[in-house]
Design a protein. Structure first.
Length: 279
């Protein structure tokens, strides 16, 4: 993805990374939850999001200079990962083999938490404090997607079915909403335990209501950039593939292009050349 991005960047200007340099100036590993809440709210304010639900998190992060793709990670332990590259652009890779759009959104917000809070931490220090750092990223993700004051106004009932509506509004899993409400002391320990017992009884830990309705967010910026270059004859499909030096199927998968996109472009070019010879 870094190679593809760097190549396309020669032709198209992508959004610059829009994260305030001082947003995390007082961070230390093991910082308290209030600090993380404040950082999440600062970022929302900087991006002028207010406290409303974020309709499309993937497109938002693309506009703020973060590159996103999906890949089949083939791991039950890894849902996503991120990296601040040597060209100064953060890349997030989400698991394409996960079956819940809202959980994928939470994974994306989790990786945003790592980018905001932990990009400066060295690998050895990260591994040594792994559990603490993961907990901080989870807290950031919940605080960013479910801002405390506005979210709290929506908790009008502790009946499990009432959380289905909240899932539809905020695009966060029912389990994630309950965890957030408990962390904000909106739900007592007993209410929290009872709700999760109900979730287990209904087998919602595996698949929740609305999982088959809420659609996965498709980060299309790189896809649209490639289409712009090829379909406006700035580059031919052959020139693009030769420059990248990757299998066309891998590029299509990473960039959300339709399967067979490059083959159809090459076929169209070949047909057009044959027609020209016929004339």
């Amino acid at each position: 993805m870094k190679e593809i991005y760097s190549f396309i960047q020669q032709y198209i200007e992508f959004p610059k990374l829009d994260i305030p340099e001082d947003i995390n100036v007082d961070y230390k590993i093991g910082i308290n939850d209030n600090y993380i809440e404040e950082v999440a709210l600062k970022l929302r304010n900087h991006w002028q999001l207010g406290c409303d639900p974020i309709n499309n998190l993937a497109n938002l992060l693309l506009k703020k200079g973060i590159i996103i793709t999906r890949a089949e990670l083939k791991s039950q332990k890894v849902d996503a990962f991120s990296k601040l590259t040597s060209i100064g652009v953060p890349f997030v890779i989400l698991g394409s083999d996960k079956d819940s759009a809202v959980r994928s959104r939470m994974d994306l917000a989790h990786e945003l938490g790592h980018i905001i809070l932990h990009s400066h931490i060295q690998q050895e220090e990260f591994q040594r404090n792994y559990n603490i750092i993961e907990s901080e990223a989870k807290r950031f993700a919940s605080a960013f997607l479910l801002p405390a004051d506005e979210f709290a106004k929506d908790i009008y009932s502790t009946k499990l079915d009432s959380f289905i509506y909240l899932k539809q509004k905020w695009k966060v899993s029912i389990a994630g909403i309950i965890v957030r409400a408990h962390s904000l002391n909106i739900l007592s320990n007993d209410q929290y335990s009872y709700l999760f017992k109900q979730i287990s009884a209904k087998r919602w830990r595996i698949r929740e209501p609305l999982d088959d309705i809420i659609k996965f967010e498709r980060p299309n910026m790189i896809k649209e950039a490639i289409e712009l270059l090829i379909e406006n004859n700035i580059l031919t499909a052959e020139e693009f593939l030769d420059s990248i030096g990757m299998n066309h199927k891998d590029i299509e998968n990473l960039c959300f292009l339709p399967n067979g996109y490059f083959q159809s472009c090459l076929l169209y070019t070949s047909d057009a050349a044959d027609e020209g010879l016929g004339v």
